[in-house]
Design a protein around this ligand. Structure first.
Ligand SMILES: Nc1ncnc2c1ncn2[C@@H]1O[C@H](COP(=O)(O)OP(=O)(O)OP(=O)(O)O)[C@@H](O)[C@H]1O
Length: 298
């Protein structure tokens, strides 16, 4: 669906992407993961032609991006960034309707679609439709941003740290909502994050970048259990992962572990011991399972 072929890119003498080759399949959620400055956003922005490679080519649906009409291409691609960019003087309804109106759809079909998508993201039009962005929480605004990107039925969606400014609970709720919709719609999605936990709990596959080079591409399980090199192993186990762990509510993890594992002593302390004496590989499995469990519970 999306193919990076020998992509190189420099900004002012700085080589930011080095011979990048990556295939993103139709309907998969590929996460671009890496530390700050590793080139993730630059790669993402190449997909909707906001950045041009110096050499190499990008193909979308087997056609070189240069041969696509850029405006038509962008109409097929939803783009969600950390700062949602809702129009402040438009109501929630009008924000979500914007792209459909640009496509000159009739108001009856617009109404049906806007209501459908506000419902899907858990913000019914009857309650939220007439509100303005300033009246929404960060998490609600982010969900409206998603609905606005999805209502036009894009073939692909690009997400750049879309959930990172949210509190941990909203983040988990929105991640799960998005993942469910992305699977149902069989949407090809590319998401940038530096949060290992977010990557392992959401991705079909992860592309791990360091200094503009791909270190490994694989499923979360492959990356956790079969790191290709020391750098990958360190990144997965290291500070990045511990920082991600810290963002999850301990209470929620405790509840989950108590429900799933039969600990001899059912106190919070035994849960803490349990986590403390297990290694980070184990944490990730527990947390992965935790998110699935939370998603099943709705
Ligand atoms: N327009 C630009 N002009 C000059 N340098 C740039 C430009 N865009 C990106 N860079 C540089 O390219 C490198 C990679 O940037 P990029 O935004 O792709 O990294 P990233 O992995 O997404 O980082 P972060 O997680 O901090 O957003 C950085 O060193 C950045 O300073």
């Amino acid at each position: 669906m999306i193919s990076f072929q020998n992509i190189e890119k420099s900004f002012d003498q700085q080589l930011v992407l080095k011979k990048i080759n990556l295939e993103i399949q139709k309907g998969e959620l590929m996460v671009l993961l890496g530390a700050s400055g590793s080139g993730k956003t630059t790669m993402l922005r190449m997909i909707n032609a906001l950045e041009k490679p110096d050499s190499g080519s990008i193909e979308i649906s087997n056609q070189n991006i240069g041969l696509h009409n850029i405006l038509d291409l962008r109409k097929q691609i939803g783009y969600v960034i950390q700062k949602v960019g809702l129009f402040p003087h438009y109501s929630v309804y009008d924000n979500v309707a914007t792209i459909l109106r640009l496509k000159a759809e009739d108001e009856k079909s617009i109404k049906q679609k806007v209501h459908q998508w506000l419902g899907k993201i858990g913000m019914p039009a009857s309650i939220y439709g007439n509100k303005y962005p300033a009246e929404l929480s960060g998490g609600e605004a982010q969900r409206i941003g998603l609905a606005r990107a999805l209502v036009a039925k894009p073939k692909m969606i690009l997400l750049d740290e879309p959930f990172s400014a949210l509190d941990p609970i909203s983040r988990v709720i929105i991640r799960n909502k998005f993942r469910k919709i992305q699977r149902e719609e069989k949407l090809t999605a590319v998401m940038v994050t530096h949060d290992v936990l977010e990557a392992v709990s959401m991705a079909d596959r992860i592309c791990l970048l360091a200094n503009g080079e791909i270190q490994q591409v694989g499923t979360p399980q492959e990356i956790i259990f079969h790191p290709k090199n020391d750098w990958v192993a360190k990144f997965i186990k290291g500070d990045q992962f511990q920082a991600s762990l810290a963002s999850v509510s301990l209470n929620e993890i405790q509840k989950y572990i108590k429900g799933q594992f039969f600990l001899e002593d059912n106190s919070d302390n035994s849960v803490l011991d349990f986590l403390q004496y297990s290694d980070s590989k184990f944490h990730s499995i527990v947390l992965d399972a935790f998110y699935n469990w939370k998603e099943d519970k709705g």
